[in-house]
Design a protein around this ligand. Structure first.
Ligand code: PLP
Length: 415
């Protein structure tokens, strides 16, 4: 259903058009699949849109690397691909020097492996510190690792519209803390934790820090090496547009790699996989964090997005992300606040990632109605509509159109 655009205040339409016209990244939008049936896509923080050229890349992969080179491709490139792609990801998006990033597993599995390895490298310490507002997988894995190793979890309970503060960390970490696990950007509120200061605070008491970068990789400027980060994990299907089931990445600082042994001791992480030797001996460097055969096919689309991010540059991507979020908040205040919608993300753009949470008691029904109109944000219980902003594929006009549909649905909702 198309909306009557005359109902959108003209000054907002003008503003959206002006922002799109002056957007230095606008031309990249055309590189993505933009089907007519999708009026507005605001869920690129859950599943990024595919790039047009990925269709050919997958076809070429089947025809050549797989179809023609067959098993020879393992020697020719696939053995190294998780590390080569990891190095590019590290350089382009993480501020990580070569040899510290690997692409493999799902975020859930990689998180488990790195958390277990970090805990095991901290003998005598009895606690893991984490927060109650983190994504379910993160909380479940913390509980599971604590149970396995007989540790206690110290839970921080942050403000749900904000996130974990340095002060909360200072009060909670201690000489007992083995590992602190936090998300850099909160998946609901979009709050950006103070990564450098929190990392330094944990180090002061001798704890390791594991950062979950699912909602920052590809959209925020990161400096893992410069910030002295120990460990990190993240998704490649959100702002890295790797596609459904694209593998995760893991980062382990070079200074720690020899000290960490991950728990899923498979043959592909062995020092000499094809010796088929007697017992497990972990490889040097990041290869030791690989377990079994990596999902090579599922890594194929990621290449295109890393290349595009390299061309566009993260400073420009972050700059547009900030403008998109500012615009989203401004439009929500004007069109939606009078209908009772509350912006549940930080007002301070420096502390806000690339999505905006809008709350209203009727949001579950509103989001269902939006999907029928080809307007696609996501719903996060109990009352949140999450506006995900992918700077390389989202336009300002797209945001305005989507929020105008939200207003129309709310204005006509029975409640
Ligand atoms: C998206 C997300 C995950 C997803 O984990 P998968 O193993 O890929 O399903 C985990 N943690 C956070 C914080 C996320 O945002």
């Amino acid at each position: 259903m198309s909306i009557n655009v005359r109902e959108i205040p003209a000054h907002l339409v003008d503003e959206a058009h002006a922002l799109d016209r002056s957007d230095p990244l606008a031309a990249h939008r055309d590189a993505f699949h933009l089907p007519d049936t999708v009026t507005a896509y605001l869920d690129g923080n859950s599943l990024g849109r595919p790039l047009k050229r990925t269709r050919d890349r997958i076809g070429d992969f089947v025809g050549e690397e797989w179809g023609e080179r067959l098993i020879r491709s393992w020697d020719e490139r696939w053995m190294e691909r998780p590390l080569v792609l990891g190095d590019q990801l590290g350089r382009v998006a993480l501020g990580a020097g070569a040899g510290q990033t690997v692409v493999a597993d799902s975020t859930t599995v990689m998180l488990y492996k790195l958390l277990r390895a970090a805990v095991d490298a901290s003998p005598g310490r009895t606690e893991i510190v984490a927060d109650t507002e983190n994504f379910p997988t993160d909380r479940f894995i913390v509980d599971a690792v604590a149970r396995e190793r007989g540790l206690t979890v110290q839970w921080i309970s942050p403000d749900p519209s904000g996130g974990v503060t340095l002060e909360e960390v200072r009060r909670t970490v201690s000489e007992q803390t083995a590992v602190l696990l936090l998300s850099h950007v909160a998946y609901k509120s979009a709050y950006i934790a103070d990564l450098p200061a929190i990392t330094a605070q944990a180090h002061r008491v001798g704890a390791l820090v594991l950062w979950d970068l699912c909602h920052s990789a590809g959209v925020l400027e990161l400096a893992l090496d410069a910030d002295d980060v120990d460990l990190a994990v993240g998704c490649s299907y959100k702002y890295l547009n790797g596609g459904p089931g694209a593998p995760a990445f893991g980062y382990v600082a070079a200074r720690l790699q020899d000290r960490l042994t991950q728990p899923i001791a498979g043959w592909m992480g062995h020092a000499d996989p094809f010796a088929m030797g007697g017992s497990y001996r972990p490889a040097q460097g990041m290869r030791r964090f690989i377990s079994g055969t990596p999902p090579i096919l599922a890594m194929v689309p990621l290449q295109d997005m890393l290349d595009l991010i390299e061309v566009a540059g993260l400073p420009a991507i972050r700059a547009k992300s900030v403008l998109l979020a500012d615009f989203t908040v401004a439009v929500a205040q004007e069109l939606l606040a009078p209908l009772g919608v509350v912006v549940a993300s930080p007002a301070d753009r420096e502390r806000r990632g690339s999505h905006v949470m809008l709350e209203h008691a009727d949001m579950r029904d509103v989001v269902a109605g939006l999907w029928q109109r080809g307007v696609i944000p996501d719903f996060r219980p109990p009352r949140g509509l999450r506006v995900g902003l992918s700077p390389l594929s989202t336009s300002f006009t797209e945001v305005l159109t989507a929020l105008a549909h939200v207003r129309e649905l709310l204005a006509h909702s029975p409640a």
